[in-house]
Ligand binder design. Structure first.
Ligand code: SF4
Length: 304
């Protein structure tokens, strides 16, 4: 078993269920079974992680909305009881004022994505855009924990051409400045706007000392989630250029372990944590990625 020097990130899928159906997410098309990780199983997972040194952080993430888990707060307490740094990625729709500063969380990552009501329509949800943004704003207000609001941006030609996800155009500086300033002021009224010359793409933009905006590129999930009218031509086997298989593990709600957080349907599964020790699962990682998902990840997008 080896970890790279880039860090050891552990994604734990508390649940595969989600209350959104975003058109830029693979979730609606996942075939693997849905379910929730019990607190008993979460403890087994955390016990297993003790066999792996130097974990940088644990994140409730992967697929699904972690806050749908009925014992989300207890799950956070359990992870913190093991001494890990804890992140959560949430769409933010279930955040309540009572959660702020009460749930033990080191980093709230709010997958806000939608820069307008029109963009929010891509998320396939009943909740209104106004209620959604107000709920997040109320959570952020007076919160002393670290919060990052993630916006979604287009940079690849095929995403921009199709206006996929109605995302921010990361090649249009003026549009980005206007949007970031408006959203920043909405969540933190004291935010004075984007600094001249500030890096805006995949950069943490401080709204207040503990609250940030981050513009991330659309992921396209190993080129498996593309706008209509585009397809991927698979690439050739080679080592993962991102080193994902060396620096992270994703643990699904049922204990299956994958070496990559892009593996939404479990194509790269190494085995099950409840059946084999974690170090032996990690030893099964291959130096060359030749699976179909990875070949698509290495591939080239063309018009269909
Ligand atoms: S899908 Fe394969 S090649 Fe792509 S990031 Fe994951 S492990 Fe690496």
């Amino acid at each position: 078993m080896t970890w790279s020097r880039h860090g050891k990130h552990v994604f734990i899928e508390l649940t595969r269920a989600c209350n959104f159906a975003c058109d830029f997410c693979p979730h609606p098309r996942i075939a693997r079974p849905s379910g929730m990780m019990s607190l008993r199983d979460l403890r087994r997972v955390l016990d297993s992680l003790q066999q792996v040194p130097d974990i940088e952080y644990v994140m409730f993430s992967n697929l699904g909305e972690p806050m749908l888990h009925p014992e989300f707060e207890q799950a956070c307490r359990l992870v913190k009881g093991f001494g890990y740094v804890l992140y959560v990625t949430t769409n933010g729709s279930l955040l309540e004022q009572r959660h702020k500063n009460t749930i033990p969380m080191d980093y709230w990552c709010i997958s806000y994505r939608s820069t307008s009501a029109r963009a929010f329509a891509h998320r396939g949800v009943e909740q209104s855009y106004e209620e959604y943004t107000q709920r997040i704003a109320a959570f952020i207000n007076d919160n002393t924990q670290s919060v990052t609001i993630y916006l979604m941006g287009n940079s690849e030609w095929y995403n921009r051409e199709a206006d996929f996800g109605d995302a921010l155009d990361l090649t249009n500086r003026r549009e980005m400045e206007e949007t970031i300033t408006a959203i920043g002021k909405h969540f933190c009224p004291e935010f004075s706007g984007v600094e001249p010359g500030a890096e805006l793409v995949e950069s943490y933009i401080p709204l207040r000392p503990n609250v940030f905006l981050y513009t991330s590129r659309i992921c396209n999930w190993a080129h498996r989630v593309l706008p209509a009218g585009y397809r991927v031509v698979p690439g050739e086997p080679r080592p993962c250029p991102f080193g994902y298989h060396q620096r992270q593990i994703a643990i699904y709600w049922n204990g299956d372990v994958s070496p990559c957080c892009l593996d939404y349907d479990g194509e790269l599964i190494l085995g099950n944590l409840y059946e084999d020790p974690l170090p032996s699962l990690l030893d099964r990682r291959a130096p060359i990625q030749s699976q179909s998902l990875c070949l698509d990840c290495f591939g080239t997008v063309v018009r269909a």
